[in-house]
Design a protein around this ligand. Structure first.
Ligand SMILES: C[S@@+](CC[C@H](N)C(=O)[O-])C[C@H]1O[C@@H](n2cnc3c(N)ncnc32)[C@H](O)[C@@H]1O
Length: 358
């Protein structure tokens, strides 16, 4: 099949009566075909069997198959439920959520929240549509305010601050955590999650060590520095299989796309992959650097038991200032990071001395 022939099937439902892909119904999107999991999923999308086109078996096989099966992705509820369950005992009053996208966190009765986004509604709708293959009208996007409106909306700090699956989009996670924690009032609560690297396309990437992320912060590396932009390549190594328009690319086109991505303005990637250990170390370090310490109230991750188990997120609930009432654990999940931070400071001061005579 030529690229032109695949392109001519764009958006069409196809099947074949012979060949290895026969008997299944597929949706052709951006040069690849996505299997529709079941008749129930087919019906739920409002498709009609009379619209399914039978094509030649060899022609169907020649269209690259997407790893994404329509109807197989976990629904947003699978992520929402543990976030809501873990944080509900600590949420009350009026708070804010950063980077809610299409999925603002479910709140317990009485708690209210304002939403703040980096992007406008049209852009959030476009990204959601590209990810799901289903057009999302901008009118369906929750009402957001701009991030720079937060100080004026919460001059005395919010009762709670929520940010789910946003930290991996921030080039300087420690700086971002310091900023988010500063938005909560003293005694307020911060609810955060990051995707566990093993349970998202970041699987296989190197998880950075604390010292790398500390250097990002101390050297004020934002998304435009060389060091950050180099992370685009490792991010794409995992994610390109989920970007359907990348799948048909040959090696030269793929290399060109990678280089263009690393250089693009307003680059947004998963700058770093996260493990529970790294997340814990970052939170401890933030607590050491922040004007008000953080106390751990709750934690859940994919390796947890019972209610502390998630399907992919690492979730934490923290109190800003003071200690966690009734929490028998005074500290964090892993060893105290203070000695590592001090050792890193010693390395930096040694390096600075080498430059002192310049
Ligand atoms: C992966 S989505 C997560 C959406 C939602 N919170 C969820 O968990 O389903 C990341 C969201 O964060 C927003 N975002 C990305 N970088 C951000 C930043 N630096 N500050 C605030 N929001 C950001 C994006 O626009 C997007 O809506």
């Amino acid at each position: 099949m030529t690229a032109g022939a695949a392109a001519s099937l764009q958006g069409r439902l196809v099947t074949a009566s012979e060949g290895p892909d026969a008997g299944r119904i597929w949706l052709v999107v951006a040069g690849v075909k996505r299997w529709i999991l079941s008749p129930a999923v087919f019906a739920a999308h409002g498709w009609r069997f009379s619209d399914v086109e039978t094509i030649d078996g060899a022609e169907l096989v020649a269209i690259p198959t997407s790893p994404h099966v329509i109807g197989a992705e976990p629904s947003a509820d699978v992520f929402q439920a543990p976030r809501a369950r873990l944080s509900a005992p600590f949420l009350c009053g009026h708070g804010l959520e950063i980077g809610a996208g299409m999925n603002p966190q479910w709140l317990p009765p009485g708690a209210t929240c304002e939403l703040f986004e980096l992007r406008d509604a049209a852009e959030v709708a476009r990204i959601q549509s590209a990810g799901s293959g289903v057009a999302v009208p901008a009118a369906d996007v929750p009402p957001f305010r701009r991030l720079d409106e937060i100080p004026a909306r919460f001059p005395d700090g919010a009762d709670f601050v929520i940010a789910h699956n946003v930290l991996e989009h921030c080039a300087d996670p420690i700086g971002t955590l310091l900023e988010w924690c500063a938005r909560a009032r003293s005694g307020g609560v911060v609810v955060l999650s990051v995707p566990h690297h093993r349970y998202c396309p970041d699987a296989g990437r190197l998880v950075p060590d604390l010292e790398h992320v500390l250097a990002d912060h101390l050297l004020a590396r934002d998304g435009d520095t060389f060091d950050s932009r180099e992370h685009a390549y490792s991010c794409a190594a995992g994610w390109m299989n989920s970007w359907e328009d990348w799948l048909p690319l040959d090696r030269r086109a793929l290399a060109a796309r990678l280089h263009a991505m690393a250089a693009m303005p307003a680059l947004d990637v998963h700058w770093h992959a996260f493990s529970p250990a790294l997340f814990d170390e970052l939170l401890q370090t933030t607590s050491l650097l922040a004007p008000r310490p953080l106390a751990l109230l709750a934690w859940a991750d994919p390796d947890g038991e019972g209610d502390s188990r998630t399907v992919g997120d690492v979730i934490t609930v923290l109190r800003v200032g003071g200690s966690a009432p009734g929490d028998p654990r005074p500290g964090w999940r892993t060893a105290d990071v203070a000695p590592r931070v001090r050792a890193f400071a010693a390395r930096l001061s040694g390096a600075a001395q080498r430059l002192a005579h310049v």
